[in-house]
Design a binder for this molecule. Structure first.
Ligand code: KG4
Ligand code: ZN
Length: 337
């Protein structure tokens, strides 16, 4: 079960790899009216969507109930968590707490039956941008992360100045396909950590450039602008991810999260990853954006590791990925924060 943001989703997954049902109810059309996700509306729409989604899948033979408990919008998460608790209690099945970001990584297990840890995974979504070393199922080392905005957030905000409706990422991507990616020059922000990102500076520079051009009466070519911006973001993501792989001796690289649906990112990672001698794993687009199949897959490996939740499980809006060193110490996510 997944309800962390603006998609309500229910899936049935067998043994972490095989998707038997995968239903997603998107709220995008509603939030587009406001130019972004309105948390209160999201929570209410999750409540409305859950029953029809449940009716659409067969729950007869399930062994456990996995649910996203963070990170995400608290009210949105709570709808899914409450529902999953009720179902687990009523069916007398284990309740499995799943971290949404770990869920994104698991999309690659579904898409690639032969993929096993260790591998490096770039997880880029509307709320997060991480380079993770996946050392084992459910075990990670953080190699790099964004210092400010997430990559998807930067796509959505730059799309706004081009009058592209929310969420701007997919439409900006389409527009960029027809543009010249060298028409505009944008800065490559510097970060202290070798594999860290900073998208806020790039986003501000891009938005300022658009405003300045408009003030001077210079028309903006939206296709060229979108293409140049997309190239800057993708360059940053791919360069750092491939460098992280080479420096850590990784042989495999994967991508995940909504931004992994970006066509240039998919093409560039494939090309530059292979040129660097890496095996490249890219999930289909419908497993990149939020869905419950990935949560079911992550839930399977969580259950195999013996982690189940009690019925007092709560939503944790700022939940982080539990890193290897903290797991080894036996401390939980709270201590990590
Ligand atoms: O993973 P996701 O569905 O939700 C979060 O966990 O945030 O990611 C949504 C983000 C949005 O910012 C959306 O604009 C971005 O992923 N996105 C894209 C593309 N498709 C979705 N960004 C760039 N290009 C795309 N094709
Ligand atoms: Zn997500």
């Amino acid at each position: 079960m997944e309800s962390s943001c603006d998609e309500t989703a229910v899936a049935i997954v067998r043994d972490g790899r095989e998707v038997l049902a995968n239903c997603v109810a998107s709220q995008i059309d509603t939030h587009a009216l406001y130019g972004g996700v309105v948390p209160e509306i999201a929570s209410r729409m999750h409540v409305e969507a859950i029953d029809p989604l449940l009716d659409a899948v067969c729950l007869d033979d399930i062994d456990a109930v996995a649910v996203t408990y963070g990170p995400g919008l608290v009210g949105a998460l709570l709808t899914g968590v409450s529902w999953a608790k009720a179902l687990a209690y009523a069916m007398d099945k284990p309740l499995i707490p799943v971290n949404h970001i770990e869920g994104h990584v698991s999309a690659d297990y579904i898409a690639h039956p032969d993929l096993e840890p260790p591998f490096v995974c770039l997880v880029a979504s509307g709320g997060h941008s991480h380079i993770l070393n996946v050392t084992h199922y459910g075990e990670y080392e953080l190699l790099g992360q964004t210092m400010d905005d997430a990559a998807g957030e930067a796509f959505d905000k730059v799309a706004r100045v081009l009058d592209i409706p929310y969420p701007g990422g997919p439409l900006l991507d389409k527009l960029a396909d027809e543009g010249d990616d060298h028409a505009y020059t944008f800065p490559h922000p510097h970060t202290q950590g070798k594999y860290d990102f900073s998208f806020s500076g790039l986003k501000t520079a891009v938005i300022n450039q658009a405003h300045n051009l408009r003030q001077q009466g210079v028309p903006i070519d939206a296709k060229d602008f979108a293409a140049s911006f997309r190239r800057s973001v993708v360059d940053m993501l791919v360069t750092k991810t491939v460098a992280a792989c080479l420096d850590t001796g990784a042989k495999r690289v994967a991508i995940a999260g909504g931004v992994a649906a970006n066509s240039l990112l998919r093409r560039d990672l494939q090309r530059r990853g292979e040129a660097a001698g890496l095996e490249v794993y890219i999930p289909p687009k419908n497993l990149c954006t939020d869905n419950a199949a990935m949560i079911g897959s992550a839930g399977f490996y969580t259950l195999m590791a013996g982690r189940v939740a009690d019925l007092d499980l709560n939503a944790v809006p700022a939940l982080r990925v539990l890193m290897k060193e903290f797991r080894e110490q036996g401390t939980g996510n709270r201590e990590q924060e």
